[in-house]
Write a protein that binds this ligand. Structure first.
Ligand code: ADP
Ligand code: MG
Length: 631
């Protein structure tokens, strides 16, 4: 097997590369400079980590953020790679200790903050080390056109020039505007770099702008629709974070907060509470999120419009990293424009800037704010607007943003509401949405057979309506408290004290629905796209096992003191619960199970699965035996 595939499998547990990754890795391994422009979540880290593991010498990764370095190094260590970071979060002693180790060649990958590069201590190490490769992450920081200009990034080129042998250079960012691209190549003096840009479209995300007057009630109503799911709420100021946090706490919601005004340890604890699922909602300023790779965030709400499209794309992009559907909603008011303007004009944060640079940056920031504001006002496709901002061609209709879906019509759905509630009642409130929809639409799926739902008197009663529409109606019933959903993974549907108003009293149910022909088609194809991309359905085929595996994963993570997704992601567990691996080879064939992880945790998970299989085999026999007696 080719080396890069071996490394991919061994350290990350994946079988295939994603779009763009292979091209970048091949280029770097061939000793040529490369420039990867890929959206957040696309998998840029792997593009420099894999060459780093294959190159003979050391790789330096330059990265602007301490939290980001820490997480990546922790993940690498978990995967069995020797890596370290050098930044201001280390004490003097720790720093020199790490440098000592670095000198002995202990680390294959070293993350370093840009302002360290030209310090005497670091240089004395770098000049005598065998550095094969320098990867610059978040490379837009080198440009005034980037959303986060850092003059210390300008030192990189000088540092590289001081090295006895020029290493291969790799640059990575999620910002794809032409101005930034040009700056990166020019300022870093990349040598005929191979530039790889992958699509910015995140198909599993839906986009929405709301301009309602009352943001608080708008927010609460969104949260009702997402009960039990992980979500981030971004606010523009610390004060607003506190306000919204108070609002949600008062409602008894599972919520935490994050902003630069909180003490370090509180911030860290709160972040952990969110990552480890102890709290479902995170209310934060834009200080939160960089380097956080929680994959199951189901929605990102912007309580205020952010200052530019780059920030919006990046922050909203923290939703749905696992590839499952997720929502990005922006609550807009004209006041947001004024607040941002004020911030831009008074921004003195970046002390590294000269007066002239500062004025230029302000001008560019204002221009970008205008573009962001237009996003909130446009009646065109939001996805289209965003993609063309990043220089991509679009079709102008995505079918999955609030503008594309604006053609709503008031629809009487009483008939379907009664069928849904009736079916749930007859099933004795034992199932979730998918099973109920399958029953109503007369599906012949295995589950239907298994639970003998073809004998339910509502079986096939709603064949004339799409599954998506039934789901929309159910969600509406839930938001109006005619129906409830348990908050465990399987989300079983339950009737409420109000259900009878529809089933018995015959109350009419009206709701705003997008016109069928315009919504259903794209939604279906969206699912197909997800499936093609290897997306696994949210509900696993063996929900009980999935829950057990999650519990084991969470326990393991707690014991190891790492976030849950560092052990295995939900997606990996879903695959396990579908394919039921019980041997080493079967386990290693699961996406996300790498060699090191297999060795660390594989056995426990396999044991649990084997046990489940055994119990299940026994259970399976029972209904069959019954069936024989009956017929
Ligand atoms: P970026 O830096 O581009 O925002 P990351 O490098 O943090 O993205 O990767 C995002 C997620 O995608 C990580 O959880 C990573 O493990 C996963 N990932 C990266 N490459 C692959 C791949 N080839 N197959 C499956 N998952 C991948
Ligand atoms: Mg990254």
């Amino acid at each position: 097997m080719e080396k890069k595939y071996e490394v991919l499998k061994r350290y990350y547990g994946y079988d295939t590369f994603r779009e763009g990754q292979e091209e970048l890795i091949d280029t770097l391994l061939a000793g040529e400079d490369a420039f990867g422009i890929m959206p957040t979540g696309a998998g840029k880290s792997l593009c420099y980590q894999i060459p780093a593991l294959i190159f003979r010498g050391i790789t330096l990764v330059i990265s602007p953020l301490i939290s980001l370095m820490k997480d990546q190094v922790a993940a690498l260590n978990q995967a069995g790679v020797y890596a370290a970071y050098l930044n201001s979060s280390l004490t003097q002693g720790q720093y020199f200790k790490a440098l000592e180790f670095a000198k002995t060649g202990k680390y294959k990958i070293i993350y370093v903050a840009p302002e360290r590069l030209l310090t005497e201590s670091f240089l004395s190490f770098a000049l005598q080390a065998d550095i094969s490769f320098v990867a610059v992450d978040e490379v837009h920081c080198v440009s005034q056109w980037g959303q986060d200009f850092r003059p210390s990034y300008l030192k990189i080129v000088e540092f590289v020039k001081r090295l006895p042998k020029r290493p291969v250079l790799g640059a990575f960012t999620a910002t794809a505007t032409q101005a930034v691209k040009d700056d990166v190549i020019r300022i870093l003096e990349l040598k005929k770099p191979r530039v790889v840009t992958t699509g910015f479209d995140r198909k599993n995300l839906s986009f929405e702008v709301r301009t309602g007057k009352d943001k608080q009630s708008e927010l609460l109503s969104i949260l009702r629709e997402h009960e039990g799911e992980s979500g981030v709420i971004y606010c523009i100021t610390r004060k607003l974070v506190e306000e919204v946090y108070e609002l949600l706490t008062a409602r008894g919601l599972s919520v935490t907060k994050y902003h630069a005004g909180l003490p370090d340890d509180e911030r860290r604890d709160n972040q952990d509470d969110f990552i480890y699922d102890r709290k479902k909602l995170m209310v934060a300023t834009n200080a939160f999120g960089m380097g956080i790779d929680k994959s199951d965030v189901r929605f990102v709400i912007h309580y205020n419009m952010p200052k530019n499209m780059e920030s919006y794309y990046q922050e909203a992009g923290r939703a749905g990293r696992d590839g499952d559907e997720a929502e990005c909603i922006l609550l807009f008011s004209a006041q947001d424009v004024r607040t941002n303007q004020f911030f831009i004009e008074n921004n003195r944060e970046n002390e590294e800037l000269s007066e002239v640079e500062l004025l230029e940056v302000i001008d560019k920031d204002k221009e970008r704010l205008r573009k962001m504001t237009n996003y909130c006002y446009t009646s065109d496709c939001l996805r289209g607007y965003m993609l063309s901002y990043f220089g991509e061609k679009t079709t102008g209709y995505c079918g999955n943003c609030s503008n594309c879906l604006k053609n709503y019509e008031e629809t009487d759905v009483s008939k379907y509401a009664r069928l849904i509630l009736g079916c749930i009642e007859e099933c004795r409130e034992k199932f979730g949405m998918t099973v109920i929809i399958d029953t109503l639409r007369g599906s012949q799926s295995e589950k239907i057979q298994k639970y003998r739902l073809q004998h339910n008197s509502y079986y096939g009663a709603a064949r004339d309506v799409s599954a998506d529409r039934l789901k929309q109606i159910m969600k509406h019933l839930i938001s109006e408290y005619y129906l409830a959903q348990t908050d465990d993974m399987y989300a079983v549907l339950k009737l409420t004290e109000h259900s009878y108003e529809i089933t018995v009293k015959g109350e009419q149910v009206l709701m705003k629905l997008p016109k069928e022909k315009e919504i259903v088609q794209p939604r279906v194809s969206l699912k197909q796209v997800n499936r093609k991309l290897g997306g696994v359905r949210a509900a696993s085929d063996n929900p009980m096992l999935y829950e057990e595996l999650r519990r084991l994963r969470n326990e393991t993570a707690r014991r190891m003191g790492v976030p849950a997704y560092v052990v295995f992601t939900d997606k990996t567990l879903q695959e396990m619960s579908m394919y039921l691996p019980v041997t080493r080879d079967e386990m290693l064939s699961i996406n996300g199970v790498a060699q090191a992880k297999y060795e660390k945790y594989g056995r426990d998970f396999m044991e649990m699965i084997a046990q489940y299989k055994e119990e299940h085999a026994r259970e399976h026999k029972k209904p069959q035996a019954k069936a024989r007696i009956k017929f």
